[in-house]
Design a binder for this molecule. Structure first.
Ligand SMILES: [Zn+2]
Length: 336
């Protein structure tokens, strides 16, 4: 019921032109975040048909630019009128087919990749440290202690997993010979996935060579503001290292989960120190020449087969206007 009213509010907001009032006649860019382009509950041709109608509307309505072009415009404070940037997080396999559609409509696409998820499913490139840490982070089985190496032990109980990950990061040089064994023992406790969840490195390399911009989405898809300094540095620097080894310079970051509370002064400082020039969240707002490059907002499009009218309303910024109206309502309540 909530989603029905939310959808009705979005469509009403768009029909009343409220998103345009939010732009205040300024030049603003709209950054869109989509996770999936195809939907498992319908034939693929139907998803492709919907995507083509969305892309056709985007090309007729906006100036689609790449993430690097946006960053240049932000640096020179010349954000262009009706600029549109499309991003996708997690590198799910359907971006491989969807990218052809984006190319045919000449809309640049940027993908933010969680390197631990790719390493964990792509045996062509083993990274035992990353695979072991990713397996511990996402472990959901019984609270067991895994013996590995000569007399090493990894406690997989909820209260110890983060501590063990920090220890493995700090002692990675001495533990490295035993991390494949640790990873294999953990994955035997996890039910196998029925199908592949993410792109392979070879698929990402193919997409990158065709023009896909690739940025980091951390190693293990962690809430960056809620982990230790050791882990934070690992998530930032190890993902950057891996992506740069494969695709060249990596200076853009998308926060996993994307909410405001996933970022704070520490995450911003560490990203900047590691050489990241831009970071993206997913709170609904437009981008202007005065936007902070390390907390750039994106308009998240929900998964699922959206009607074109709802897609248009969301991309136009109906969510931005509703969020601002709620903020005004709260301010009025507090001031009375
Ligand atoms: Zn994500």
């Amino acid at each position: 019921m909530t989603s029905f009213f939310n959808r009705a509010a979005l469509l009403t907001s768009a029909a009343l032109g409220l998103p345009y009032l939010c732009k205040s006649r300024r030049n603003v860019a709209t950054i869109v975040l989509q996770h999936r382009f195809f939907h498992p509950d319908e034939p693929k041709y139907r998803s492709i048909d919907r995507l083509r109608r969305q892309l056709d509307w985007l090309t007729r309505t906006y100036q689609a630019i790449s993430v690097p072009q946006l960053l240049d415009d932000l640096r020179t404070k010349t954000v262009r009128k009706d600029a549109l940037i499309v991003t996708t997080d997690d590198a799910r396999p359907d971006i491989y087919a969807a990218y052809e559609e984006f190319r045919s409509f000449q809309i640049p696409l940027s993908a933010f990749v969680c390197t631990g998820w790719i390493y964990s499913q792509d045996s062509s490139d083993a990274n035992d440290l990353v695979r072991a840490i990713d397996a511990i982070h996402w472990y959901q089985g019984p609270a067991v202690k895994i013996k590995f190496g000569k007399d090493l032990c990894c406690d997989l109980s909820d209260s110890m997993r983060a501590t063990n990950i920090d220890r493995i990061i700090l002692e990675s040089d001495s533990l490295r010979p035993y991390l494949e064994e640790l990873w294999r023992k953990i994955v035997t406790l996890i039910p196998p996935k029925s199908k592949r969840m993410f792109c392979l490195w070879s698929e990402l390399e193919s997409l990158a060579s065709s023009g896909l911009h690739i940025g980091s989405h951390s190693v293990t898809h962690v809430r960056l503001s809620q982990v230790s300094a050791v882990r934070r540095a690992f998530e930032i620097r190890e993902s950057k290292r891996a992506l740069e080894a494969k695709f060249g310079a990596c200076t853009t970051w998308a926060y996993p989960f994307g909410t405001r509370d996933t970022c704070d002064d520490n995450t911003t400082a560490d990203l900047r120190a590691a050489g990241f020039q831009a970071a993206f969240l997913s709170h609904s707002e437009f981008v202007s020449s005065s936007s902070d490059m390390l907390t750039l907002p994106r308009i998240a499009i929900p998964d699922g087969p959206l009607p074109l009218c709802e897609f248009k309303a969301r991309v136009s910024g109906a969510g931005v206007s509703l969020r601002r109206l709620k903020g005004l309502g709260r301010a009025a309540t507090y001031s009375t």
